[in-house]
Design a protein around this ligand. Structure first.
Ligand SMILES: [Fe+2]
Length: 316
């Protein structure tokens, strides 16, 4: 067992899972650069697509002095968790900084986006031409503080898979690259593997209504039709967060991501909760399903096997 897995085991706060309820795998990688990473991790794609977390303790993102002097929670506009860019747009959201400081922040975020996208291409070569940079964020506020006062749906200290009410994905994957640029460890809980989590909560998912999905789209509540797949993902997200007994007692591991480290996972597949930490960069990458080397592990494939029915509209 490697060091990270060993540490994760030591920190395990629940009884060991049975074979049927396997825990998310966390594997440590010697990767130490964003560019030219191709030769490092031949097994990274299989690990991450199978629902594991690739942890790179030595993968540091360099922050200039000019950028570091801006690291202050007051940088946030107080309305959003992050300061972020959307895709290739230069508009910056969530910041209360001056125009000059926003220029510095924007340059840092763009540099991180370019580094993270290059890293993903190197580690996951089949994604070339099938991936898109979604948001690039910087989180200046301490994580976990005040979350309990949010609605339980927004409380990310409760384990969940990512699914967003207004943004149906139709199975497009949500890959995330994270880097801890703060001085404290970032602490996550990760839970059981997607398959067993889905087994546990699928009986609680209400029936899908195409009529209701069409109505939500017409009202502008969703940006596109909420597919049967998106309906299930959203209810899995909510059911897990709403179940405090599950949060306490289901198989889980606590992991500390050290300052100056990075980690990568599919957040629509890995049960995760962010418990503590401050100052983090994160790149969200949308990846087309057809680019997966191991599509049989995707949440869509797992759910279609469990439901015995196609979950996306208009597929051959
Ligand atoms: Fe999340």
């Amino acid at each position: 067992m490697n060091q990270a897995a060993l540490r994760a085991r030591q920190l395990m706060s629940a009884p060991p899972p049975s074979a049927a309820r396997r825990i998310t795998e966390i594997v440590e990688s010697p990767l130490n650069r964003f560019f030219g990473a191709g030769s490092f991790d031949v097994g990274a794609q299989a690990l991450v697509e199978e629902g594991g977390v690739l942890y790179c303790p030595a993968l540091e993102f360099e922050i200039s002095e000019n950028e570091a002097r801006l690291f202050d929670p007051r940088l946030s506009d107080g309305k959003r968790k992050s300061i972020y860019l959307r895709g290739k747009s230069r508009e910056i959201f969530g910041s209360s900084a001056s125009d000059a400081d926003n220029d510095i922040l924007r340059a840092m975020l763009e540099r991180y986006r370019d580094s993270a996208m290059e890293l993903v291409l190197q580690l996951f070569p089949t994604y070339r031409g099938a991936m898109l940079a979604a948001s690039t964020s910087f989180r200046p506020r301490p994580t976990g503080v005040g979350e309990a006062s949010l609605s339980w749906r927004k409380d990310d200290t409760r384990m969940h898979v990512d699914a967003f009410p207004s943004n149906p994905t139709h199975g497009v994957r949500i890959l995330r690259v994270f880097t801890n640029v703060g001085a404290k460890a970032r602490v996550w809980r990760v839970g059981e593997r997607f398959e067993s989590m889905a087994d546990h909560f699928l009986p609680r998912v209400p029936e899908y209504s195409l009529w209701r999905a069409q109505w939500l789209k017409r009202l502008g509540v969703t940006k596109r039709l909420r597919s049967h797949y998106d309906h299930i993902m959203l209810h899995l997200h909510d059911a897990a967060k709403a179940d405090l007994k599950y949060q306490r007692e289901s198989p889980q591991t606590t992991i500390e991501f050290a300052p100056g480290s990075s980690w990568i996972c599919f957040s629509d597949q890995v049960m995760h909760a962010a418990m503590a930490g401050q100052f983090m960069l994160e790149q969200t990458v949308h990846v087309a399903l057809h680019a997966m080397a191991h599509p049989e592990h995707s949440p869509l494939a797992v759910l279609e096997r469990a439901m015995l029915t196609p979950l996306l509209p208009h597929r051959g």
